[in-house]
Design a binder for this molecule. Sequence first.
Ligand code: SF4
Ligand code: SF4
Length: 293
Amino acid sequence: MKTNCEGCAGCCVDWRPIADAPSDHERRGPGEPLDDAYNFVALTRDEVARFVERGLGDVLTPRLWRVDEETAGVVVDGVRVAALAGYPAFFVGFRKPPKPIGPFGTARRWLSTCAFLDPDTLQCRIHDRDTYPDECASYPGHNLALDAETECERVEAEYGGERLLDDEAEGHDGLMLGPQAVGAKVFAYPDPEELTGIVERLRRGELTETDRAAFVGVAAGSKPGSLSVDEERAATATADVLDADSWAGRAIRQWADAAGDVGSAADDHPSGDAVEASRGAPQTPGWDDVDGA
Ligand code: SF4
Ligand code: SF4
């Protein structure tokens, strides 16, 4: 697997506003996501715990799914959400604020973008860090392993050029589908009643810090291979998320304040340095000395 990522970031950005063909293909899971994020990066329990330890818990957010009557679920706020043994199931991934992004040589627009993408170089700020998620490190290996269209191919189809240079599947050890995912990548919220009101806020895109922290805590306290949650670890992680005040969390707030409508031209925007690097974000190297991804 080899990719040409310079000037792309197609897998880190929701670029549906500048695509002709609609796409839902990345939205995997047992049903329809209640959020509208695209290219959601599902983190493992250990990755969630590491982000929390590093003070970056304020960048994390859950994903739940609406399911049909045939699929295991539980009703919360009038929505049948996917469930494991009656407990609402969820992923944890990254928040995606609007940033001024010009992928594939396009003019910059406000596009929902991973909190860790440098909007100027279109490189990942944690690429060489121990927090870099397995899903990102192995992308698009999971898609290739499942014989599913990759974001790289979608970019090629819409904007031309060669992005997927070698489609041999590799690096998909973290695929983690099936029962081994429980408590390791798919988590189970232990008390569905606590989610009353939260599911509705998730649908409206209005989750609060407290809402997000509760899910992140449960994920960090989960035990791989089981539905049980270490309550003490979960409570500690939840408190750590509520205390977090990371560069990325603060940048999310500033991007949200600065942004125009999603998909609109970003004519007069602050730079990534002004919003992110000034708050302590790791710098990205640029593309001069980078080979491929
Ligand atoms: S963590 Fe980095 S590679 Fe992964 S989606 Fe975010 S910006 Fe992209
Ligand atoms: S992995 Fe594919 S979609 Fe993602 S930045 Fe590289 S070429 Fe683009």
